[in-house]
Design a protein around this ligand. Structure first.
Ligand code: CA
Length: 208
């Protein structure tokens, strides 16, 4: 049983490492406010892929995979200290975003007590009218940020997983007219599996 646990944990860690090598890591943008009826609705599905664009930049692709009648990601906020500039905004079909946002900070960001927060370093928002130019269901947006000298893609993923960096988003035009705030935070399941893996590996020599 213990061997199986170790093997399973190693398998999980190998998968995570393989994903890192491939240079794509996916994070869900989970709603943490409760302004309307859709804050915990699984039909509201927004996620972000973090890609190693090249050695000096990282690309963030945002997808709205919701099956609700209406939804739009209207604002995106980066809280970090790893990037030196915004290289480009890659608007997908039906999406038009520009740098800058009002409000300039993620609404209700103070609720994220587990993360040390500061002002966002980069803010990007949908051009008016936001319900139309935002990321609606089936649409996507790419943002490429240039790394500061000496930093790598792996540093970015590590900062995310250690909660030293995070990305927030505002979601508007929900079917009941409400808006919510969401944040990309590592999945608890991943953290638990890693903890189990570390524990199993630490225990292994004692069993010999
Ligand atoms: Ca749109």
């Amino acid at each position: 049983m213990k061997k199986l646990t170790v093997l399973y944990a190693c398998g999980v860690m190998l998968c995570l490492n393989t994903a890192l090598l491939a240079g794509i890591t996916t994070y869900n943008l989970d709603v943490f406010t409760q302004n309307g009826d859709y804050y915990d609705d699984p039909a509201l599905d927004i996620y972000m892929e973090v890609l190693s664009a090249d050695t000096t930049s990282v690309r963030f692709d945002f997808y709205n995979n919701s099956t609700l009648d209406s939804s739009a990601v209207s604002h995106i906020y980066f809280y970090e200290d790893l990037f030196q500039s915004l290289r480009s905004i890659e608007n997908g079909e039906g999406v038009s975003f520009s740098e800058g946002a009002n409000p300039s900070n993620l609404p209700a960001a103070n609720l994220l007590t587990e993360i040390a927060l500061d002002e966002p370093s980069y803010v990007i928002s949908a051009d008016s009218p936001a319900p139309f130019n935002g990321i609606n269901s089936g649409q996507s947006l790419g943002i490429i940020l240039d790394l500061k000298a000496g930093y790598t893609y792996e540093n970015v993923i590590s900062a995310f997983d250690n909660r030293q960096m995070f990305v927030g988003a505002r979601i508007i035009s929900l079917p009941d007219g409400s808006s919510e705030a969401a944040a990309a935070i590592p999945e608890p399941a991943t953290v638990v599996l890693l903890a189990i893996g570390s524990f199993a590996l630490l225990r292994k020599p004692k069993n010999k």
